[in-house]
Write a protein that binds this ligand. Structure first.
Ligand code: VAH
Length: 310
């Protein structure tokens, strides 16, 4: 990778991925874009609605990237409130990006998710290749996105690659509209109020990962030797699996008086119940060296040291 175009640069992943890529490849070689204006960029930025293929084409013709990281999209919980909008944005945007990238020979990174699995997927140690019958429109868009990326690789030779992200925890930009967002909010609330009311029930295990490991995984995958990739658009990756009680116990190792209670949101609980408990990440390890550094306690110590006490 030398010149990279990022969509969704205002989101939880995009905010940190742009900064990470600029540290690695230089500010001028990473162009950020989002549908909302953003101040303070140290490199090029453009307003972009990914539903507008002409706008994407114009920006790529001007910036001439070799790689596009297509993060623009709506997350699971917000998507269930407006499935049609999610489909237009997530699938319409991805199709536009793949078409524009195909015409210009760009590589494409696609963020899939553990949401690409459903209630009849084996829930523990979920295989890389298994049943995918998600019951959310977000999950349907992720399975369709994985298949579309693989099709563009097989049909047109587009260098499309992707990761099935678990829940991501970070402190630079808050997540918006996801089901795993509780695992971010709990740290802010622990620091600010010493307590948190979880909308996800005890015993609901989901795969999670600290943002530094996610950023490293994206770069490792995109820089990997394509000859070694047996999979492409949807590698299982995860660093840990926990339920609300597990993350609370980790927080109490730093804040002994932290209290957790519950007010379960049935809609987000139903989404969480349809997702795996833990993934098998052997394909990612074997094909491109996936190696997360943070476990739950290391993430907790870092998050509590960094989140503001507001
Ligand atoms: C969500 N954070 O909750 C996203 C992610 C695995 C979860 O896809 O929708």
């Amino acid at each position: 990778m030398k010149r990279i175009f990022v969509t969704g640069s205002g989101g939880q992943v995009g905010t940190e991925l742009v900064a990470h890529l600029r540290r690695l490849y230089g500010d001028a070689n990473v162009m950020a874009s989002d549908f909302k204006a953003q101040e303070g960029h140290s490199g090029p930025f453009a307003l972009l609605d990914v539903r507008d293929r002409g706008a994407i084409a114009s920006l790529l013709d001007a910036f001439k990237p070799d790689t596009v990281m297509h993060l623009a999209g709506i997350l699971s919980a917000r998507g269930e409130a407006n499935p049609q909008q999610l489909w237009e944005t997530n699938m319409g945007g991805l199709y536009n990006m793949l078409e524009v990238a195909r015409e210009r020979g760009c590589s494409v990174f696609f963020p899939s998710s553990i949401a690409a699995f459903g209630p009849n997927t084996p829930a523990d140690n979920t295989p890389q290749d298994t049943i995918q019958r998600p019951t959310t429109i977000y999950g349907v868009s992720k399975v369709a996105g994985e298949l579309l990326c693989d099709y563009y690789h097989l049909k047109y030779g587009v260098d499309a690659r992707g990761l099935r992200f678990p829940g991501l925890i970070s402190y630079e930009a808050l997540p918006g509209g996801g089901t795993t967002d509780y695992a971010v909010h709990i740290y802010y609330e622990a620091r600010a109020r010493g307590r948190y009311t979880s909308y996800i029930a005890a015993g609901s295990y989901m795969d999670m990962m600290y943002m530094p490991d996610a950023l490293d995984a994206v770069v490792r995958l995109m820089e990997a030797d394509p000859a070694k990739l047996r999979h492409r658009s949807a590698f299982n990756i995860s660093a840990m699996s926990f339920d609300p009680e597990g993350i609370a116990a980790s927080i109490r190792k730093v804040l002994p008086d932290f209290e957790l209670d519950y007010d379960v949101d049935p809609e987000r609980q139903a989404i969480a119940d349809s997702w795996p408990n833990s993934l098998d990440c052997s394909a990612a390890r074997e094909e491109w060296g996936f190696a997360p550094r943070y476990d739950l306690d290391a993430m907790t110590r870092d998050m509590l040291a960094r989140v503001p006490e507001r």
